[in-house]
Design a protein around this ligand. Structure first.
Ligand code: NCD
Length: 306
């Protein structure tokens, strides 16, 4: 099954994936556990037409941790896309070599163009569209701190930053909305949420530092996506849409601070030692969740590892 957008991830799929991710996490240091041979003989192809550190490397770490192999086009430049090949032809071809494909593209991925590809395709971020696997690992991280509040529909989440181009938000916000979370957002006027997502959250506006910040359970920061904005920068982005040293004392003691990374100046390094900062833990959880998603997508016999 493909994973192109958050709507492809039903509640049942997510529960199953998180169960396997828990096993992966539990046995992450036990290298002789059965999990580490589950994908023996299988091959993952990572095809990245935009820059990536975390997504590509965590998928590749995930596949090798399952005992599988990896082939990669890491920069797009060395592929036949440069010769004018269509994405669907590239994926059809790579589908003859690999058992699963993770791709990151500049354009939005559409199921219709990919329906003949013989192996599952996972969206590793499609332009300013979606980033469903980041949303999965974000949800996994949030649940590990706030499971009860989430299940009770009491979770409060604040999204900060470039919400127009930040594709991780485009996947995470509708996913959280399924759990009836109270969602706030704060963004520059020229970086507003896409129209289809606007009814899911409330604008936190100018008084956010006093009115919203002390009460939320999750703050989700994002960088300014300058590469998508054709030279139209946001003035004082980090100053107005980031966190500052002075904010740390106002935060709720159980509030977690998240970021998909990479960060610009929107979270000061001084926050890194605070136990509420979980952005590097998100990156680590990415390996467990992606191990689980790969296993699920390839329909590996996961009953053998429980
Ligand atoms: C994000 C992405 O690529 O969308 N990074 C990631 O995958 N962890 C966020 C970003 O680039 O700002």
């Amino acid at each position: 099954m493909n994973t192109l957008k958050i709507a492809d991830l039903s509640e049942d799929r997510i529960n199953y994936i998180f169960k396997i991710a828990d096993t992966a996490k539990k046995y992450s240091k036990t290298y002789f556990h059965k999990m580490h041979t589950l994908a023996e003989g299988r091959c993952l192809a990572t095809l990245f037409f935009e820059p990536s550190t975390r997504t590509r490397l965590s998928f590749e770490t995930a596949m090798t941790s399952l005992g599988g192999n990896v082939v990669t086009v890491a920069d797009g430049v060395s592929s036949s896309a440069m010769k004018g090949e269509t994405l669907s032809d590239t994926l059809m071809t790579v589908g003859q070599y690999a058992d699963v494909i993770v791709c990151r593209t500049k354009e939005h991925l559409k199921e219709d163009n990919l329906k003949n590809v013989p192996v599952p395709i996972i969206n590793g971020g499609d332009g300013d569209g979606e980033h469903p696997t980041q949303a999965l690992l974000d949800l996994y991280t949030i649940q590990s701190y706030h499971y009860m509040r989430m299940q009770a529909g009491k979770l409060k989440v604040l999204f900060l930053g470039d919400l127009q181009y930040g594709r991780t938000v485009h996947s995470l916000m509708p996913l959280l909305a399924r759990y009836d979370c109270k969602i706030y957002h704060r963004c520059p006027d020229n970086r507003k949420l896409p129209a289809g997502l606007r009814n899911l959250s409330e604008d936190a506006e100018a008084s956010w530092e006093k009115r919203i910040l002390p009460h939320v359970d999750v703050i989700y920061c994002t960088r300014e996506q300058q590469e998508r904005a054709e030279g139209e920068f946001v003035e004082n982005y980090a100053m107005n849409y980031g966190l500052h040293d002075k904010n740390i004392n106002d935060l709720n003691e159980n509030c977690i601070i998240m970021h998909p990374l990479p960060r610009g100046g929107e979270i000061p390094n001084s926050f890194d030692q605070d136990q509420r900062s979980v952005y590097f833990e998100q990156a680590r959880n990415g390996v467990y969740v992606r191990m689980a998603l790969l296993a699920e997508s390839m329909e590996l016999p996961c009953y053998k590892i429980q």
